[in-house]
Design a protein around this ligand. Structure first.
Ligand SMILES: NC(=O)C1=CN([C@@H]2O[C@H](COP(=O)(O)OP(=O)(O)OC[C@H]3O[C@@H](n4cnc5c(N)ncnc54)[C@H](O)[C@@H]3O)[C@@H](O)[C@H]2O)C=CC1
Ligand SMILES: O=C(CO)COP(=O)(O)O
Length: 330
């Protein structure tokens, strides 16, 4: 099977490397010519995935038409705010019958669409599989044992992604709960920013555990209101990725939160970064989606006010703690 991965950031590179190591003829499309050159000449991506030796059979290209030619599996890993443009720009080159997969985590800000819907609208007529779960790109590329979920309403398409990506150190489960899997991946990034803020304030371990647990309750509440299964949020794409991103030192979202908790502005926390912290823009999408559906998400609201209205993180914590007392489950 021929595979193409669209997006030469850390995650697209790690997925392309994974597919190539499974012996699949794989092309990585990257926007940056230095990335294309480094992958082809030195089998590395020092800009986005430094110090990792990539599979020698992985080929990179900056030519979208050539990269997509004959691909039966296309995996998108561009950031959520540009995904629609990237997919639309290459839709005419996708082979008939190709299965599309999206590894981007986010909710489109303008439309509040999930990433599978963005791909489905920009390149109609294909099954679209969401891949999500606790998976730092660097660890996947280093071959550390990792488990993720491939979600699609078409079981055969999810199974195709499962068999293409799975390996001894990469275990892919399937799911039919696309909404739950996608929302888990998008919302945990908001919670990672929030947890980072607490850690930046130096408040200790208790508030971190409280925020993660109540954050999961918020994620589940929104998901169920949008038709997801609550169980999905207890799985890899929910709890699993929440634990990883809220506690893992490799998380970019958490790092942005830590910087803000330590007193930096959002602009200072993001300055000079080539890499994407999806939780920032997705705080806006998550809040807009919650407001639209009428679901209460106090942690998302507080994070939004801190990031975009200049609210003091300490005041935010105090206000969250002072909310009306209530049963844990109601
Ligand atoms: N890095 C990771 O460990 C993981 C990342 N993801 C998700 O994968 C997605 C991509 O993230 P990374 O690969 O980490 O990105 P990255 O932070 O390593 O690199 C940024 C990427 O964005 C692209 N980009 C920036 N502006 C663009 C534009 N205007 N048009 C087209 N492309 C543009 C760059 O070319 C580059 O590929 C995100 O949604 C992220 O949440 C998911 C799982 C793991
Ligand atoms: O989604 C991720 C791990 O599953 C990556 O998290 P960060 O984008 O916060 O680094």
């Amino acid at each position: 099977m021929r595979c193409t991965v669209v997006g030469g950031g850390a995650w697209g590179t790690a997925i392309a490397d994974r597919l190539a190591r499974n012996g699949l003829a794989t092309i990585l499309w990257a926007r940056e010519t230095d990335v294309v050159d480094a992958v082809n000449s030195r089998h590395e991506n020092p800009r986005f995935l430094p110090t990792i030796a990539l599979a020698p059979n992985l080929v990179a290209s900056g030519d979208m038409a050539a990269a997509l030619h004959g691909a039966q599996l296309v995996v998108y890993a561009a950031p959520s705010h540009v995904l629609r443009t990237v997919v639309a720009s290459c839709a005419q080159h996708i082979a008939p019958g190709a299965v599309l997969s999206v590894a981007t985590k986010g909710i489109e800000r303008e439309t509040l669409a999930l990433m599978t819907d963005v791909v489905g609208e920009a390149a109609p007529g294909h099954a679209v599989v969401a891949v999500s779960g606790p998976s730092f790109a660097a660890e996947v590329a280093q071959g550390q044992p990792t488990a993720v979920v491939a979600a699609c309403a078409h079981h055969e398409a999810a199974k195709l992604v499962q068999s293409a990506m799975s390996a001894a150190a990469f275990r892919v489960y399937t799911s039919d709960d696309v909404v739950g899997v996608e929302l888990g991946g998008a919302l945990k990034n908001v919670m990672a920013v929030a947890t980072g803020i607490l850690d930046g304030l130096g408040l200790g371990f208790n508030p971190r555990a409280a925020l993660m647990t109540r954050g999961l309750a918020e994620m589940t509440r929104l998901g169920v209101a949008l038709g997801a299964k609550s169980d999905t949020f207890a799985g890899l794409a929910g709890l699993g990725d929440l634990v990883l991103t809220c506690t893992g030192a490799l998380s970019r979202n958490r790092a942005v939160g830590v910087a803000i908790g330590q007193g930096q502005s959002l602009e200072e926390a993001l300055a000079g970064k080539d890499s994407v912290a999806e939780g920032v823009l997705n705080t806006q999408s998550a809040k807009a989606l919650a407001d639209k559906v009428g679901v209460e998400m106090p942690i998302v609201d507080a994070t939004h006010r801190i990031l975009f209205d200049g609210w003091s993180p300490r005041d935010a914590v105090a206000e969250l703690m002072a909310r009306e007392l209530r049963p844990e489950r109601d």
